[in-house]
Design a protein. Sequence first.
Length: 150
Amino acid sequence: MNHQANERYAYGEHIGNILIKRGLITEGQLNNALSIQKEEKILLGEILTRLGYLEEIDIVIAVIIQCGMPYIAINKYDLEKDVLDMVSAETARKHHVIPLDKVGNVLSVVMSDPLNEEIKKELEEKTECKIATFIATKSEVDEAVKRWYA
C-alpha cells in the first residue's frame, strides 16, 4: 500500500476513539474492526457498519466531529444537469460521489469518503475545477447517483 493509502486508513483509530467517547462502540468492538481492517484494507466505518455495530450516519457524524466536514442531505437537493454532466455516471458510481453545485472554478461534490485525496485529485483533473467536499452516507450518495444518473 502506498503512503497516501496508509494515511487514508490511519484515521480509523481517531474515528474509533470518537465513537468510543460517544458511547457508540466498545474498545473490544473497535479492536475487532481494526484487526479486520488490517486484513481487508477498507475503511473502518464500512467494517463497523457491516458488523452491525453502527449505522452509516454514526460514522458520518464522527467524521464531522473529527474534521469539521460539512454534511449534506443530498436527497433534499435538486441538481442541475450541466453540473451533473461534469462527473460521469461511471465515476459517480465507482467513487460514491455526486456533484452538487459549481461556482466559478469550484465544484462542490458530496462524497461518502471525503478524506480520499486520490478521488479528489481525479475529480480535479477530470473537471478542471477545485473540489470542495461535503459528506453524506454511502447509501445517500448511491441513492442520489441512481436518481440523477438514471
